[in-house]
Write a protein that binds this ligand. Sequence first.
Ligand SMILES: C[S@@+](CC[C@H](N)C(=O)[O-])C[C@H]1O[C@@H](n2cnc3c(N)ncnc32)[C@H](O)[C@@H]1O
Length: 350
Amino acid sequence: MDIELLQAQVGLWNLTYGYLKTMSLKCALDLGIPDAIFNNGQPMTLSQLHSVLSLPPSKKSHLYRLMRLLAHIGFFIEKNASACSEPVYDLTAQSRLVIEKNDSANMFPFVRCALHDIWLRSSLFMGDWFMRDSEQNPFELANGSTVWEIVSQEPVVNKMFNDAMVSSSCMFNDYIVKYGDEIFKGIESLVDVGGGKGAMAEVIAKNFPHVRCTVLDLPHVVCDNPNDGIVNFVPGDMFNYVPPADAVLLKWVLHDWSNEDCIRILRRCKDAIPSREAGGKVIVLEVVVGSTSAMISEEPQLLLDILMLTVAEGEERDENGWKYLFTEAGFSSYKITYAIGFLSIIEVYP
Ligand SMILES: C[S@@+](CC[C@H](N)C(=O)[O-])C[C@H]1O[C@@H](n2cnc3c(N)ncnc32)[C@H](O)[C@@H]1O
């Protein structure tokens, strides 16, 4: 058979069933497999894993099949698999990221939220949405409400979403600390707009004590936040008012919104900061499509863009897209400085 045709068939096969990788990951997290191996303190045999997870005896061979796929795609390591010995499983750098006890880089709440039904369901409505001239995005078609309506009305989803955002911040923490001396030089106050539970603001406040940090977010997000003196929480709507500060931080906020809405938000931010000469700036932490650090693929940026298409009005923007927004909102210049994996820090000047 023609080798090119064979490769095309295999490629199509993998693409068609690729979602089963995601579902197998979800299953591993539902069962608590990464934590079970971590808690064991050393690699586990299939029998040990099966026993610790308290699965029915009838599921042992099925567990083997799940682990075989997850090891094949690099989420676990499978050792000693031979005809006469039991397979032994260990964690990889990827599975270590979802260990619940891993305080420094625990992505478990983020991945658990990302794989919740409300998002998965939305993706099934993409084709439908393309064919309709509808105001509703695929998330609304699938769930009957917008993301922001659901998180404000359902406390369980609100908590899951906010916890996910806190855990996603751990991806940035080291970089903010590493580059912060330059970014926060001369900045005495900062408002993290749409700053959620304040995880990023807390890292900034603790590492750069000369910066007084405030978080502005919707009332249902900040209502139960402790005002512990490290970060000041202000309930409000960023479309109406942003409290004054030397700098405004927007992390993973603008990608949720259309160009028109982003321009409105950016204008509010510009009203809140002093002139460039007086040190005013907006710091945007987002994807710049096409800009990644070495060895990092563009694919996560394109996947995030399709996520935005299905769940919100927003998009992941390339440099021209960002430039358009900053210019329309009245800013004079910007600097895309550091690529953090597939994300960048953009400093925007009035
Ligand atoms: C994708 S989350 C990012 C949260 C946080 N910046 C982070 O990266 O961890 C977007 C945030 O924007 C907030 N948000 C949405 N609409 C808002 C509004 N009108 N005013 C203020 N915050 C808003 C949400 O509540 C949510 O916390």
